[in-house]
Write a protein that binds this ligand. Structure first.
Ligand code: PMP
Length: 370
């Protein structure tokens, strides 16, 4: 046999992958705590729209009692889809689970958009639509939201071409918190292009596009357990699709895409909805308190939000520097490189004690900005 001596692996790599810009994920609180010489528990994490109240206590109990880690999860997702049918009132045949709704975004793009096909992104919005579209060689057609971050339906219509395969609408939108009205979602559905309505923050609004699915075969709805039920670390989301689309997604997904712990946690969360929605209510109350306090600071311009976060424009000072100063005080918030958001900061809404620390730090930093 000929000996292989060539160790030059670079030339085998796909060049379009080697230049691909990855997702700018949040810093780990452990790394920040170590740098600052503080306890991880003392880091105030307001940068990833997580739920700082945590999961239902039922989740920890059920996971502690579970022993069958050696068995693969149910590839058909039968039981959890039935439970989600009960929760959403959409038939189980139309439900597909993913390792976070992120994974469903990836699968939907794989199913609809071939390399060279177009998708419409209503930016600024959730970066994972463009991320996966870029990975798949799709062209991302940007249709900018207006100055208050509302979608511009006339421009969206104009942007549709024969190559358009999907429109992504985060509702409410991340990172702006903006809600698109039910009637506007209907108008977008009427365009006829497959429309993904990403309702990651549904439990904070109660407004859903699900009723449109009966009339419009092109409407798909995404949801997640990361936000309202505090399971971001376990990675579990689901989507509601026309039956044919659900069948295709089941065929192209990894059979064991959602791990057993996530499935157990999902079921326990659905048995503890009142507790979890109590936390959602607390977060909404806290959001409104923060919004008022931000409005009182003359260097911040907060945008109204229907989610568990608030985006602020900085009227004075540099957003990147403010984010860094907050990090130096152990408070993590989100800054964006994106041109439209360059002088914005997104604050996730945590517990009242966390808001108090944030507000004190902002007062201090604001006092230093000329
Ligand atoms: N969609 C939107 C609009 C989001 O903000 C997020 C999370 N930041 C997701 C989807 C992804 O959620 P998951 O954790 O289920 O992947």
């Amino acid at each position: 046999m000929m000996e292989r001596t060539n160790t030059d692996i670079d030339r085998f790599l796909r060049s379009e992958m080697t230049v691909f810009k990855g997702y700018a994920a949040c810093k780990s609180p452990e790394v920040v705590a170590q740098r600052l010489g503080i306890q991880v528990a003392d880091v105030v994490k307001l940068d990833a729209n997580e739920n700082n109240y945590g999961a239902s206590p039922r989740v920890a109990r059920a996971l502690a009692d579970f022993t069958y880690f050696n068995i693969y999860p149910d590839a058909a997702q039968t039981e959890v889809r039935q439970e989600l049918e009960h929760y959403t009132k959409v038939p189980a045949e139309q439900i597909v689970l993913g390792a976070g709704s992120d994974q469903l975004i990836e699968l939907i793009l794989k199913l609809f958009a071939a390399p060279g096909d177009e998708i419409i992104n209503l930016g600024p919005s959730f970066p994972m639509y463009s991320f996966y579209a870029g990975l798949g060689g799709n062209k991302v057609v940007e249709v900018a939201r207006d100055e208050n971050f509302y979608v511009d339906i006339a421009s969206i219509r104009r942007a549709v071409s024969p190559k358009t395969k999907l429109i992504f609408l985060a509702n409410p939108n991340n990172p702006t918190g903006t809600m698109t009205s039910f009637e506007d979602v209907r108008t977008l559905a009427e365009i006829g292009v497959p429309l993904v309505v990403d309702e990651a923050y549904f439990e904070f609004t109660g407004v859903t596009a699900i009723p449109l699915m009966k009339t419009y075969q092109n409407v798909m709805v995404l949801r997640t357990f990361s936000k309202w039920s505090g399971l971001a670390g376990l990675r579990v989301g689901y989507g509601l699709f026309p039956p044919l689309v659900a069948d295709c997604l089941h065929s192209i997904r990894d059979p064991y895409n959602v791990n057993i712990m996530a499935l157990i946690a999902l079921k326990e969360s659905l048995r503890d909805i009142d507790y979890l929605m109590g936390n959602v209510d607390k977060i909404i109350q806290e959001r409104e308190r923060l919004l008022l306090r931000f409005t009182e600071m003359d260097w911040l311009k907060p945008y109204p939000s229907q989610s568990n976060f608030i985006l602020c424009d900085l009227l004075r000072g540099d957003a990147k520097q403010v984010q860094q100063k907050l990090e130096d005080k152990g408070i993590l918030v989100r800054h964006y490189a994106d041109a439209r958001l360059k002088n914005c900061i997104r604050f996730s809404v945590g517990k009242p004690t966390e808001s108090d620390k944030l507000l004190t730090a902002l007062q201090e930093i604001g006092g230093q900005i000329k």
